[in-house]
Write a protein that binds this ligand. Structure first.
Ligand code: SF4
Ligand code: SF4
Length: 167
């Protein structure tokens, strides 16, 4: 028994010499792992156009039916995304989401990704619905906001050229 007490005390003294592991959150944030799946982001292209084309494949792939997408038609005068359609409504119910990443895998334009933001909090069911405005990536300047007026015929393709999968 005495041996056990001495071992315990030795462990305590050794711990006193170790560097503290406490992180002063929220002032200091610990980086997440490379494969961490946090809050979703709806991505844009460099010119500000939205990558989402409102195809709803993410909603179809979602095992917990957490995504709601409604599509509308683009025009060259009022363009949100390349191609014919864009998501006029895009919502994720964070109470249902299990952060599996299936939506990310299903998306043909890499529009939806699960980022590194883990600061999700809400106090009611209504606030758990994250809307398109909340999910959409911000822009560097106002002229990159959507909708944009674009040259006729410049953005007819809604899905980018396929990348070489062997890269
Ligand atoms: S991460 Fe999974 S559960 Fe959450 S919205 Fe995407 S597909 Fe649905
Ligand atoms: S996020 Fe991707 S899969 Fe979902 S509606 Fe938009 S383009 Fe389609």
């Amino acid at each position: 028994m005495l041996r056990g007490i001495l071992e315990g005390m030795a462990q305590t003294f050794r711990s006193l010499l170790e560097k503290p592991v406490t992180i002063q959150y929220p002032e200091v944030k610990r980086p997440v792992r490379a494969r961490y799946k946090g809050r979703h982001i709806l991505k844009r292209y460099e010119n500000g156009l939205e990558k989402c084309i409102g195809c709803a494949l993410c909603a179809a792939a979602c095992p917990s039916d957490a995504i709601f997408v409604e599509a509308a038609e683009n025009t060259d005068e009022k363009r949100y995304s390349p191609g014919e359609r864009y998501a006029s409504t895009y919502e994720i119910n964070m109470l249902r989401c299990i952060f599996c990443g299936f939506c990310e895998d299903a998306c043909p334009t890499e529009a939806i990704i699960l980022g590194d933001n883990y600061e999700l909090s809400f106090t009611g069911r209504a606030a758990s619905i994250y809307t398109k405005d909340m999910l959409l990536e911000s822009v560097a300047s106002e002229d990159q906001l959507t909708p944009q007026s674009t040259p006729p015929g410049a953005f007819t393709r809604s899905v980018p050229e396929m990348k070489d999968t062997t890269e």
